[in-house]
Design a binder for this molecule. Sequence first.
Ligand code: 2HA
Ligand code: ZN
Length: 266
Amino acid sequence: MQKVLEDYIRMCYDGFLQGWHERNGGNLTYRMKEDEVADTASLLAGDRHLDLPIDASPLAGEHFITTGSGRYMRNVPLAPQKNIGIIRIDDDGHGYTIRWGLEDGAKPTSELPSHLLNHIARMEATDGRCRVIYHAHPANITALSYTIEPDAKTLSRILWQSETECAVVFPEGVGILDWMIPGGTEIAEASARLIRKYPAIVWAFHGIFGSGADFDETFGLVHTIEKAAEIYLKAKGAGIVRTITDDELRVLAKAFGVKLNEDFLD
Ligand code: 2HA
Ligand code: ZN
């Protein structure tokens, strides 16, 4: 199998092994490079066409690997052609063709509008580096969203203070969207506005969207955030008596050559 598909499938199953993908929870999209599209050319025979409820014209002609709506991450390695697929965005950005996979009439993830608008936002924010958008339901970051107001400064400070490497891994911070109905264009547009500023955003009482240049970077980002949330909740349960100070965060950022989001420091 083509390496890009192998790497994609591994990430789906890694997320399942972490416990982030109960039932059909979570979804993953990857914007393929030209050479990867060429490598998979022998597979790309499908012509089933579907419309998009959003304008994805900045992604016109791009190929994406996507998980299937209602499909389980747990089953992706067993039958990739049924549970994931490759789509090509129409030249006018208002629909797409299923070129491979998603067999038996499956459709791409219900969160495709959020994924595509997030891809557009992150592509623009990173000069085209971002290729991966990943949605997962990790328990600790979701639990944490019940303990704070939906405010990026509050959330980012908690995460930066909960594990020393966090400020280095996501110096921009992490955004948070208040509860909304999933699966539609409204949450997609609100997410895209927010993810423009942060590499990851939490959907309150639901889960997280992470982004990155490749699978390792994106999985690692979500893993780091989820671990920090777990540490925070454990420390909070045991009773927090002290934490990493803002001055220590500044010293850390300097030592690692990253620019911390100053709006979130006091
Ligand atoms: O794919 O996670 O948000 C199921 C979901 C919807
Ligand atoms: Zn979800």
